[in-house]
Design a binder for this molecule. Structure first.
Ligand code: IMP
Ligand code: MG
Length: 183
C-alpha cells in the first residue's frame, strides 16, 4: 500500500503560477535560446540554489549542445531582502573567456544580485552575456537589467516553490506560490 502524505498541506499557501503554466513558459524560453544560439555553444550559468529546478527543466528544452556551470551567491541581509553586498560561495569551475554565457536566474527582485553577477562575469571577458530569469518582480529599481529571456512578471510578493525558498523551505513545491498572510 502506498501512503501519500501531502507535505504541502498548508492552506496558507496560495498558488501564483501553476505547474502547467511553468512547463509551457519554460518550453517557450528553451525554444528561444535554441533559435538564438543555434550556431553557438553557450555556457549556462545557473545561480544556486534557487535556479536548480528551472535550469534542469529549461536545459531539456534547449535542443543544441550547452556547457553547464554553477555559481552560488549569498547576499548579506535578512531573509527577505538582499543587501546588495553579494558574496560568491561557489565560483565557476570553467573559464568563460570568449564564451557565450547565459545566466540562469530564478528571480530578479531588486536586481542587485544580477548587477553584481554581470559585472563579475564581464571581468572574465566572455564573448557575450545574456540573462534568462524565470520571474521578474514588480519593484521600483534603481538599476535596470536587460533580461533577454523572461518567464513571468509577478507582483511584489515573496514567492516560494519551483526552487525558491523561504528559510530553505518549499523549494520542492511544484508550482510558484506565496504565503497568504505573509504579505
Ligand atoms: P535581488 O538581488 O534583490 O534581485 O534578489 C535576488 C535573489 O534574492 C534571488 O536570486 C533569490 O535568491 C532571492 N529572492 C528574491 N525575491 C525572492 C522571493 O520572492 N522568493 C524567494 N527568493 C527571493
Ligand atoms: Mg537566487
Amino acid at each position: 500500500m502506498i501512503i501519500i502524505i501531502n507535505m504541502f498541506d498548508n492552506s496558507k499557501i496560495k498558488m501564483l503560477i501553476d505547474a502547467k503554466k511553468l512547463t509551457k513558459k519554460v518550453e517557450e524560453l528553451g525554444e528561444g535560446i535554441t533559435r538564438d544560439y543555434a550556431d553557438k555553444y553557450p555556457v549556462l550559468i545557473a545561480i544556486l540554489k534557487g535556479s536548480f529546478i528551472f535550469v534542469a527543466d529549461i536545459c531539456r528544452r534547449i535542443k543544441i549542445p550547452v556547457i553547464f556551470d554553477f555559481m552560488a551567491v549569498s547576499s548579506y541581509g535578512n531573509a527577505r531582502a538582499s543587501s546588495g553586498i553579494v558574496r560568491i560561495t561557489k565560483d565557476l569551475d570553467t573559464n568563460i573567456e570568449g564564451k557565450d554565457v547565459i545566466i540562469i536566474e530564478d528571480i530578479i527582485d531588486s536586481g542587485r544580485t544580477l548587477n553584481y553577477l554581470i559585472k563579475n562575469l564581464e571581468a572574465r571577458n566572455p564573448k557575450s552575456i545574456e540573462v534568462c530569469a524565470l520571474l521578474d518582480k514588480n519593484v521600483p529599481r534603481k538599476t535596470t537589467n536587460k533580461i533577454k529571456y523572461k518567464g513571468f512578471d509577478i507582483p511584489n510578493k515573496f514567492v516560494i516553490g519551483y526552487g525558491l525558498d523561504i528559510g530553505e523551505k518549499y523549494r520542492n513545491l511544484p508550482y510558484i506560490g506565496y504565503i497568504e498572510d505573509e504579505q
